[in-house]
Design a protein around this ligand. Structure first.
Ligand SMILES: [Fe+2]
Ligand SMILES: [Fe+2]
Length: 464
């Protein structure tokens, strides 16, 4: 009880009279409340802050909720408002994909129950987990997002779940945990797309095409290269974005690279659970994880402080991360980086100063550490580079990096361009399907109509 009180009392003071009163905390809240002291400290700093840090039951990672003009609750409260039915239900990874999952959904601001029931049989959801709810912003940006983290999953296993709370459950959904680390017989599929922001009808169509072009083998997860919505602070746009991608995102985790239109909005930060990095002003914006034979590195090129972040904290982190990945390359042979703005695009923004800055900063490191493929968005086209070094020059006699822009899953298309590093460019709605084993990484780009962009096919083999 001590931790809960330390959390609840300063939070009450921080919320002020304009917010819904906080019911008395219960003993149940202390069962997995490992760091209430941090929450108390954060909440006490500023009356508009109510950030919370805790370690979910059985997890090795902690959760830090976003700071801003909103409140965060974490306990077993069972309050339901008139719009308590969960919407925008989806799953993503807060840490190791073979053993962890985060469930997220939205409700009205009066609904404070954040409960998940799950199990390995649709008929027996015999495990329960609780998480936190964040209510943020006001007006068009107003959002209430629920988030529950579960750890200790069995790898390569289908789990069934429903979210909400007693009397207000979602439909039962399912997802599959990632294969166990260290295998030599990986066989995984993932999809890549981005820039859905102007048309959610196209976004919906792209989601459906991803499922239909590989009807015999659905993607295990989806990578998004940024710019989901036109303005990240418009919550209605997010609701439409999630609605268009349902039921895909209820069963297929999505991993997001932050785009400039996502605007570092609390709506973005609250609605996705990604690995957290405490060294950034906002967590969950740059991180890495392994899925089967691929080491993924996600970076944020839209930081509020580009020089300090892109060439500072992230660059330092990137080098350390890729150093560790290099040492593990026998077990995880491929390295894929993802960020929003393409260093080696050839469409509308190639000559921009900010793009030139990114181009000077990250590609030399990608080249030094043998990153196989970099996926980007921002330019609403499909583009693939030659195999190039960190300066954009085609390599010969050694391996280089290939840069792929996969964007235009709803955003208005841009014209194609031509640069020396470019191999192929097409102004078309597109997405990529990637099949990875320990022996090869095969990338097949598709147009929105389901035809293959033959000129963009790419196969990479392990470097060692
Ligand atoms: Fe864009
Ligand atoms: Fe963009």
């Amino acid at each position: 009880m001590r931790h809960t009180l330390r959390f609840a009392l300063p939070l009450l003071a921080a919320l002020g009279a304009c917010q819904t009163p906080v019911p008395a905390a219960t003993d149940a809240a202390t069962a997995n409340d490992a760091a209430g002291g941090d929450a108390a400290a954060d909440a006490g700093k500023d009356p508009t802050f109510a950030a919370l840090r805790y370690t979910p039951t059985g997890c090795a990672h902690s959760v830090r909720t976003e700071q801003g003009s909103y409140m965060n609750y974490r306990d077993d409260r069972t309050t339901f408002g008139p719009m308590a039915t969960p919407s925008a239900v989806h799953v993503s990874w807060p840490a190791e994909p073979s053993s962890t999952i985060a469930f997220l959904w939205n409700t009205d601001s009066e609904t404070h129950a954040s409960v998940v029931q799950y199990g390995t049989s649709r008929m027996m959801l015999d495990r329960t987990a609780t998480g936190h709810v964040s209510t943020g912003a006001s007006g068009a940006a107003q959002i209430t997002a629920h988030e529950v983290h579960v750890c200790g999953l069995t790898p390569d296993t289908t789990y069934y779940y429903r979210v909400g709370g007693e009397g207000h459950w979602s439909e039962v959904q399912s997802f599959k945990s990632a294969p166990a680390p260290g295998r030599t017989d990986y066989d995984v599929n993932f999809a890549v797309t981005g820039d859905s922001r102007d048309s959610f009808a196209v976004w919906r169509m792209v989601q459906e095409r991803m499922q239909s072009v590989t009807a015999m083998r659905q993607p295990d997860f989806e990578v998004f290269s940024g710019d989901a919505v036109l303005l990240g602070t418009i919550q209605d746009a997010w609701q439409q974005w999630f609605a268009a991608a349902t039921p895909t995102l209820t069963r297929m985790p999505i991993v997001m690279a932050h785009g400039n239109h996502d605007n570092l909005a609390v709506n973005y930060l609250m609605q996705f659970a990604q690995p957290q990095n405490d060294s950034e002003e906002r967590s969950e914006l740059y991180f890495s994880f392994n899925y089967g034979p691929v080491h993924f590195v996600f970076l944020n090129d839209t930081a509020r402080d580009p020089a300090g972040s892109i060439a500072g904290t992230q660059l330092t982190w990137l080098r350390a991360d890729l150093t560790a990945a290099r040492a593990n390359r026998a077990a995880v042979p491929f390295v894929v980086a993802v960020h929003h703005k393409p260093a080696f695009g050839s469409s509308r923004y190639t000559n921009d100063d900010e793009i030139a800055f990114i181009r000077r900063t990250w590609p030399p490191v990608f080249d030094e550490f043998g990153v196989d493929v970099v996926f980007n968005g921002h330019e609403h086209v499909f583009e693939v580079s030659k195999e190039i070094d960190g300066m954009g020059n085609e390599v010969s006699g050694r391996r280089g990096t290939v840069y792929i822009t996969s964007a235009g899953a709803g955003a208005q298309l841009y014209e194609t361009g031509m640069r020396t590093w470019q191999r192929y460019s097409e102004s078309v709605v597109n997405f990529c399907m990637v099949h990875a084993t320990n022996r090869e990484l095969v990338i097949t780009p598709y147009r929105g109509d389901g035809t293959v962009i033959e000129q963009g096919r790419l196969t990479r083999t392990p470097r060692m």
